[in-house]
Design a protein around this ligand. Structure first.
Ligand code: SAM
Length: 168
């Protein structure tokens, strides 16, 4: 049982930073991995470098479209969209026993995604950001369970009220 993120509409030049942050938020909040639709070796490299230093088993695969991600995971799907049902109404309906694929867009998301998703879920009905929507959804879905989990990494941050403490 776990969850993965599907990042749709990635444009390697324009979205490098945003998609990197989508991946890092997914990892920090406990996802097993992320699929990104456009092939992007540079993005893969930068996310793997974080995993290499900070630990865990988070996987990134680029060049995987949303239909393929749904087919391969075969699990329930949540599409985060400002047009969806309220997150607090949706949470009780989303199955907990199995895997979950959480899909986020970039610019315009094709109508087929709205039809294919098991749940179209909004984090407020105002337009904001895939990074914020993913973070808020995952925090509510997991209750923040992964935030301080030990990832067994070469580098480990020790909470510090004033400065930076990093064990390596
Ligand atoms: N109007 C666009 C659309 O077709 O949905 C919004 C694009 S927005 C810049 C990029 C992504 O952020 C969306 O595809 C969605 O995944 C996420 N997003 C933005 N606002 C959201 C909200 N209020 N609730 C849930 N997801 C949101």
């Amino acid at each position: 049982m776990g969850f993965r993120v599907m990042r749709m509409g990635h444009r390697p030049q324009r979205d490098k930073r945003v998609t990197t942050h989508v991946a890092l938020v997914a990892r920090a909040l406990g996802a097993d991995g992320i699929f990104v639709d456009a092939a992007d070796a540079v993005l893969e490299e930068s996310v793997r470098s974080v995993v290499d230093r900070f630990g865990g088993d988070f996987e990134i695969e680029t060049g995987v479209g949303w239909r393929e991600a749904i087919r391969r995971t075969g699990c329930a799907t949540v599409h985060l969209t400002m047009y969806g049902q309220r997150v607090d109404d949706a949470l009780g309906k989303i199955p907990r026993g199995g895997d979950l694929l959480i899909m986020v867009g970039a610019e315009k998301v094709p109508p087929e995604v709205y039809r294919a998703a098991d749940f179209n879920v909004s984090v407020g009905n105002q337009p904001h950001s895939e990074i914020a929507a993913l973070a808020i959804f995952l925090d509510r879905y997991t209750g923040g369970a992964a935030l301080y989990a030990d990832r067994g990494g070469r580098m480990k941050v020790i909470p510090n009220e004033r400065g930076k403490t990093v064990e390596s």
